[in-house]
Design a protein. Sequence first.
Length: 159
Amino acid sequence: MKWCALLLCAWPVLAQKTHEFCAACHTEQVTDFQSHPHFQKNLSCDICHGASVKHRTSTGAAAPDRVAAPDEVPALCGTCHEAALKEYLTSKHAALLAQRAKVKTANCGGCHGVHGFRAAAQIERQCHRCHSSLPASHPKMQNASCTSCHAKHTLAAKR
């Protein structure tokens, strides 16, 4: 009988989604994530950060189970987005990331956002943070985006 009462008391906590635990301290990230397509598919913080029970029950002294380093992000995202990962791994960005180059380079989160999802125009602005100037030989087209000419995950020229 005691276990039944314990279960009834624990049920609201057990039924909570991970993001509900996280929102108490990480309000901005959770609010951003709630607009993300991953959230719309009932995914929660634990997909990327693990259950992080020690983190949730600490007073801020314990790290989450997982925080992907920049060079780990493509593999993490690639567990679900296999085709995009396959394309990305052939890119110059992936080569720089694998070499742990001193030059900051793009990974999935850099373009698409980490907690909040970036729309196409926001991704385009993100490209221009590093690729602000184009070579003189570049065909500048009015109202064109990077992906008008380049493949979205490899940035190789489209044929």
